[in-house]
Design a protein around this ligand. Structure first.
Ligand code: DGY
Length: 324
């Protein structure tokens, strides 16, 4: 009998095909429905789980006594309780690196779209409001040569800095737990304390993982420190920002604009005030969502799941100290 594997939410077709060669695979569109008896039966027997945004905590793990590995098709893994999984001898894997360039492209796109008001002007043209010279109130602001502050200078932050500095002549500031000599050497990036970065940046891109340390790290105090002309971009997780304070900062023009790929609740609530603001550009959490990158991520997670269930060490093991 082949080992049982649960696929959750989304996976690209070639990866699903590959999984089916090795395992007895069942696809579920939601892992949160613990009233679904078929799901619970599968979960009891499952040795592997793979998918996107799969929430796994102790209560969930109690229902999965045979689980050996969970592969998330994302670089972020704040939705997995790694400590609890490690305690129970369950491997966790993710998909770092593959998506760096794609997410960096998305962040640059958000920065440009917000500064140059691309979605708003697109609506203006399509609504047939373009009847002559456009009023000055619709002008955007320059991106080139402005100072970019990157919070979370990891692998993705590095390639954002590359694009911004080499492509747009932007001076780069960064805030990170560790020094980044490569970015300092290649892009003349300067490491600053968070408060100084917030005070000095024209654009701020938040791209840190969501951890206990970064949870709600940008709130009223931090928005107050920003320039009134600052444009704030969030490509990390909604949980890194106190969303109610972001809304207040935008409503009171404490900051100029925001570009958001992530929200406190996803999908974002239909009555969220951010959706009514012209100076906010929104995306539905698509940082890595190109066909090529999603496929590469699905295949990477699949290969690691296969490795984990056939006695090999997965390449992108999160709890690697435990499974040497
Ligand atoms: C990730 O992989 O964690 C990204 O947020 C997906 O866009």
């Amino acid at each position: 009998m082949k080992p049982i594997v649960i696929v959750a939410n989304r996976i690209e077709e070639p990866a699903l095909k590959k999984l089916k060669k090795h395992f007895d695979v069942t696809f579920f569109t939601s892992m949160n429905d613990l009233n679904d008896l078929e799901f619970l039966e599968n979960l009891k027997l499952a040795e592997g789980i793979i998918g996107l945004f799969i929430d796994i905590d102790a209560e969930f793990l109690d229902l999965a006594p045979n689980l050996k590995i969970v592969s998330t098709i994302s670089v972020g893994y704040n939705h997995l309780d790694i400590e609890e999984m490690t305690k129970r001898g369950i491997m966790a894997t993710h998909t770092p690196d593959i998506l760096n360039d794609t997410v960096a492209d998305t962040m640059i796109a958000l920065m440009l779209a917000t500064a140059r008001r691309i979605p708003e002007l697109d609506r203006y043209v399509k609504n047939k409001e373009w009847n002559g010279l456009i009023p000055e109130e619709l002008y955007g602001v320059d991106v080139h040569h402005k100072t970019l502050g990157i919070i979370g200078m990891g692998r993705i932050g590095h390639v954002i800095a590359k694009r911004a500095h080499l492509g747009f002549d932007m001076p780069i500031l960064y805030h990170s737990r560790t020094n980044k000599p490569d970015a300092e050497e290649q892009f003349n990036a300067k490491k600053l304390e968070l408060d100084d970065l917030l005070k000095e940046s024209d654009f701020i891109i938040l791209i840190t993982p969501l951890t206990e340390e970064t949870s709600n790290m940008i709130g009223k105090r931090e928005f107050d420190l920003m320039k009134e002309s600052a444009i704030f971009i969030n490509g990390s997780r909604g949980g890194t920002v106190v969303e109610s304070e972001l809304i207040k900062a935008l409503e009171s023009n404490k900051i100029k604009a925001a570009g958001l790929d992530v929200f406190t609740n996803e999908p974002v609530e239909k009555d969220n005030p951010l959706l009514e603001m012209n100076h906010v550009v929104t995306l539905p959490h698509v940082g890595s969502s190109t066909l090529a990158t999603e496929l590469a991520m699905s295949m990477h997670a699949t290969n690691d799941l296969i490795k984990g269930l056939t006695g090999e060490k997965p390449v992108s093991l999160i709890n690697k100290e435990t499974f040497k």
